[in-house]
Design a protein around this ligand. Structure first.
Ligand SMILES: [Mn+2]
Length: 447
């Protein structure tokens, strides 16, 4: 890593002084993210466990269905050579270091070009894995999670594990076996299964029951393999309701947890929840996190956001402080991210095409999460919301409520108890008051 792929960009520092008046003079820096600052008992760096993704950062030229790529990538000659792939990795690790992002995530095909055969693809990947292993030890950056791209190659046009062709299923097993093994070799803390094309476009040509069973079989043998090689990372499934398919089987947290329970996989996998996938499913991120967390299955977070009113997966950088506050509240409430992280599965807008925009974009997301972390910690320290919710359910903690919860009363016994209640008087839920309290806490700075 001797070359400077981002000349003129210094390592980003925490600098809370007010922004210069001219946008043209703004250099990337952190206004709120201060890695060593202690919030809720731990450093921001440990609480937030940021990761950058290889696919959007290094492999997304910012093209869209209407126009060509715009991103300036002077380190990339556009070829599928191993040398080019290694140079890209060098640029990425320089980016991680300068942006103070401790972790990263990748797909097998982001890192190394696919070959003509499985063996050739594996040799290509091995060369890049050896190279990034050196970069990891030179820089101290760690792999949050790896995954296999089972959606880009035309062979996966009908799905991978859910393909009507067993030959395609086999190709997917070869890719996942290798991706799991290189993730382990790189010390990955997790491995993600995102069912990119595991769904259907029309039931006129689809045996839904068979496809779901195939997907379960795939996850069984993949998790068996992870266990057999001694992989100690967390296995994650990433729900998404549609796009590219009309319906994806892992459509949201509830559906995915039900799928895991139906096929005897619950407990072997946790969920990787992405904000823009939550909103595509018609849910808030808060809902998806709450569902996963309630089942003890919140594993990791893909930190991005969508564009309201636009039904696409736009993968914007998460700059909404209310959103990051809600996310960090869920994280603090479950005792931290553990083996998970906040992975910026986010891309710059097509019009933010200069290399420096990669730094501005990530710094914006990191600052928003720093603000969100501090606000969430203040909400917890304030205690009013927690106390309101506790008090709202306190009749269930009285002796009768406890007996019902413990299964000691039949329906007839409950009905008999009902006759003893003179006045049924529900209390107000005070939603607007609570929203106002949250606003007060979030927008009142602690410094
Ligand atoms: Mn997305």
């Amino acid at each position: 890593m001797t070359l400077e792929h981002f000349p003129g960009i210094a390592r980003l520092q925490f600098d809370p002084t007010p922004a210069v008046r001219s946008i043209a003079q703004c250099r990337p820096r952190f206004h709120h993210y201060n890695p060593s600052e202690i919030v809720a008992g731990r450093s921001m760096q440990d609480q937030l466990r940021f990761a950058a993704c290889y696919w959007h950062t290094m492999r997304n030229g910012l093209g869209d269905p209407f126009g060509a790529a715009t991103a300036q990538t002077p380190w990339d000659d556009g070829s599928a050579s191993i040398e080019n792939a290694k140079r890209r990795a060098d640029a990425f690790f320089e980016f991680l270091t300068k942006c103070q992002i401790g972790r990263w995530c990748f797909h097998d095909r982001d890192l190394a070009p696919e070959g003509q055969t499985i063996a050739q693809s594996e040799r290509n990947l091995d060369q890049l894995v050896a190279h990034v292993a050196q970069l990891q030890s030179a820089t101290g950056h760690r792999l949050l999670w790896g995954t296999a791209n089972l959606f880009s190659h035309p062979r996966y046009l009908h799905g991978a594990a859910t393909s009507p062709s067993v030959d395609v299923f086999l190709q997917a097993t070869a890719q996942v076996r290798k991706a799991l093994e290189v993730t382990q070799a790189l010390g990955g803390e997790g491995y993600v299964f995102w069912g990119g094309r595991e769904g259907y476009d029309t039931l006129l040509n689809t045996d839904l029951a068979r496809e779901r069973a195939q997907m379960a079989r795939f996850l069984h043998i993949a998790s068996d393999h992870a266990q057999s090689i001694g992989f100690t990372g967390v296995l994650l499934i990433e729900p998404k309701p549609h796009e590219p398919t009309t319906h994806q089987y892992d459509s949201d947290s509830e559906a995915t947890l039900n799928f895991l329970r139906e096929f005897g996989l619950f407990g072997r996998f946790k969920l990787n929840i992405e904000t823009n996938h939550a909103t595509l499913a018609g849910h808030s991120m808060q809902h998806e996190l709450a569902v996963a967390s309630a089942a003890g299955s919140l594993g990791s977070i893909d930190a991005n956001m969508g564009t309201s009113g636009l039904g696409w997966d736009t993968d914007r950088f998460p700059t909404d402080v209310m959103l990051t506050t809600e996310i960090m509240l869920a994280v603090l409430n479950m005792g931290g991210l553990k083996q998970g992280g906040l992975n910026f599965d986010a891309k710059r807008r097509r019009a933010s095409f200069e290399p420096v925009d990669l730094f501005h974009a990530h710094a914006a997301g990191m600052d928003a999460f720093a603000l969100g972390l501090k606000a969430a910690a203040r909400i917890r320290a304030d205690g009013r919301l927690h106390e309101f919710v506790r008090a709202r359910y306190e009749s269930w903690d009285a002796p009768l409520g406890q007996s019902i919860r413990a299964g000691q009363l039949t329906l007839a016994q409950c009905a008999h108890e009902a006759t003893k209640v003179a006045v049924v008087a529900p209390a107000s839920a005070r939603q607007e008051l609570l929203e106002s309290i949250v606003n007060d806490i979030v927008f009142t700075s602690d410094r």
